[in-house]
Structures are given as structure tokens and as C-alpha cells.
Design a protein around this ligand. Sequence first.
Ligand SMILES: Nc1nc2c(ncn2[C@@H]2O[C@H](COP(=O)(O)OP(=O)(O)OP(=O)(O)O)[C@@H](O)[C@H]2O)c(=O)[nH]1
Ligand SMILES: [Mg+2]
Length: 374
Amino acid sequence: MLVKKFLAENYADALHRVKSELGDEALIISTRSIKYHPDEEGGEPSSCVEITAALEKEADAPAKQAPEPRRSLPEPTLHEMSSDPGWDRIQPLIQSLMTQTDRARSAGLKPGQMDLFALLLRQGVKEDYALRLFTLLNSGKLRNTGQDGGPDVESLKRLMRGMLKCAGPIELTPGRPKVVALVGPTGSGKTTTIAKLAAQYALAQNRRVAVVSLDSYRMGAIEQLSAYGELMEVPVEAAQGRLDFRKVINTHRDKELILVDTSGRSHRDREYALELAAIFNSVEAVETHLVQGVTSQEALLDETVSQFSILKPDRVLFTKLDEGLHFGNLFNFAVRHRLPLSYFTTGQSVPEDIEIAGRDRVIRLIFNSFTFKV
Ligand SMILES: Nc1nc2c(ncn2[C@@H]2O[C@H](COP(=O)(O)OP(=O)(O)OP(=O)(O)O)[C@@H](O)[C@H]2O)c(=O)[nH]1
Ligand SMILES: [Mg+2]
């Protein structure tokens, strides 16, 4: 393999030199900007760009270096590079060897956008998503994007906001009870959130509410809910299995909202979601909210989606925002799974620590994460 360094005043010129000397097969291994003082007395520093490029076989190099006009080559993007099957094979390795800044540059990020890119990564937005956001931002397809390669935070926020889906509060269906079940991992906050929602609808909105618990698994589960139920004057009942669930739901035909609590299980317990699906199918329609703690590992969030996929959850409800430091995972999750967000919970206090999930709220959490209560 032939490896060579190319220096030029700017990235486009350096790339032009790579292509004319090594040809289109050349692989960009790294890119860096070098600062230097043009005169020895000091004064304003200048900078140049160094690209390290490689060619698999020396024989692949073009015979002649045809001089071409400067700046005639477009800046490469990750997308353009991947159209070559050879590049597809080697790209993951090369990408892992490149620095974050190199990857950003090769995706076409402008110098003025680097700080904003770094901020997104610090907030936990996946690098791949962040790169794609800037590629879109720089594609010129969006209106009002930044001038002169400046950061233009507002365009970025608008773009991210548009990728989020929020479902709004639980909508009641006139004439029949709306059945809403919360499912999710152990300790994610299902029971506490049921109590908050029951209070919202029964006390704040004066609706007829009942709570049904399918949690016969955890000691004291029904007692935990009954205590809340007594305070709010909301009936709380336990149900076990399909037939019992159907019977209990029927006894609350007069209610406007029936909230169903379920037990938490490890993400490895796939049978459990099947059991729940059978139970929910025994009644007319159950709206399912997947309850996830915002501080959970992203891989676990994904695993939980897969565990409960048989239930086809309608919404995702994120809890424990008060415990979160970075909120990029909310964006990652929404983009990856396209599940509408329903509520956020923000503490242990019942009934106050709950809010309807909003797109602006997610954007604020990502861009000013330390002003949690805004
Ligand atoms: N900080 C914080 N704690 C919360 C929040 N929501 C729930 N919790 C706490 O998380 C713990 C577990 O809450 P539960 O409501 O019992 O969770 P669960 O999903 O019902 O748990 P299992 O039934 O065991 O699966 C409790 O200590 C709650 O007080 C929240 O928004 N913020
Ligand atoms: Mg519980």
C-alpha cells in the first residue's frame, strides 16, 4: 500500500492534489489543519491542511498528473465516498482511525460548525446522527440556514425539532373507557407514573378513573397503588390473567379512563411480553406506553423496544428526567424508533412531577441541559 501526505492551503486544494496524484481510488486516512507563522518575526499565524491518503496498490496510481483548475472538485461527503464498494469495505476501519474532527470535515462540516457539532456529541447525540444533521443543514435544501458557514443554532434546532414526534396527552374516547397500559423494565417508574396520571385525570380534570394492576409479581405492588388510590378516591383492582382482566375492565365500563399497571421484568424475559399481549387482546383496545428511564443505557433502551415489540407500543414515556445529565439519547431514541413521546416525569413527587412531552422541551434539554427546570 502506498501512503502519502499532501499539503495545501485549504481542504479542497489538498483533496485535488490527492485525486490528481493518486486517482479516484485513493482513500483518505486522515485530515488535519496545521498552524504556522509565515514570517519568522511572528505576526498573524496562517494555516494549511494536510491530508494523508493511501492507495491499495502502487500500480493503481494514474500515470500522469493532469493539471486541473483549482477548486474544481466538490468537497466529499461520507455519502459520496460510500458509493465505491471497495470504500464500503474499508471505510469502517478508516473511520475508526480518524479523529472526530477528521470525520466531521470529511462529512463537509464547516469550521464555524465544529463547536456546535461537539456540543451535540457532548449531549449524547450519536455522531452518525450529528453528521447527518450537518450534511442536511449544509445541503442548501433547508430555508434560512446559516450565512458564511456560521453555526446557525436556530436552523439546527428547527431541523432536530422536526424529527421529533410528540403525541400530546392521553385522549379520552367519548362513550367508552379508554384503556391505557404502562409497560417497561423493572423500576422504570410505571406505578409512580400511573399514580400521577390518575391524579391528573381524576383530581385535576374531574374524570372518572380506575386503576387495574396486573402486577402480582412484586411484593406489595397492589398495596403501593391502593395507597395512592385511597388518597385520590380512585378504585384500584388487581387482575390475573386474560379472563380476570376482561372481567375487571368490564366492571369499569362507566369509567372514562382505566390505567393498567404491569410488573417490570428483565429485558431477557421475552415470554412476558407475549403473556401481556394475550391479556391485552382479551379487551377491545389498549393504548400501550413503553416506560423508560432517561438515564438507562441506550443499548438497554433499544433492547426494551425489541422485548416489547410484540405489543406494538403506541407511545414512549420517559421518566427520571431529574436524574439525567445529558439528553441526546431522547433525540437518538426518537429518530431510531419513531415512537411518539407521551409524557416526561421529573421527580418522585406524586402528583406534580409529570409533564406532557414537548418537542421544544427536548430541544431545550439538549441545548441547555444544565437548566433542567426551564
Ligand atoms: N428521580 C425520579 N425517581 C422516580 C421517577 N419516577 C419514579 N421514580 C422512582 O423510581 C422508583 C421505582 O418506581 P416505580 O414506580 O415503583 O417503578 P416501577 O416501574 O413500577 O417498578 P416495578 O413495578 O418494580 O417494575 C421509585 O423509587 C420511584 O419513586 C422520576 O421521575 N424521577
Ligand atoms: Mg410497579
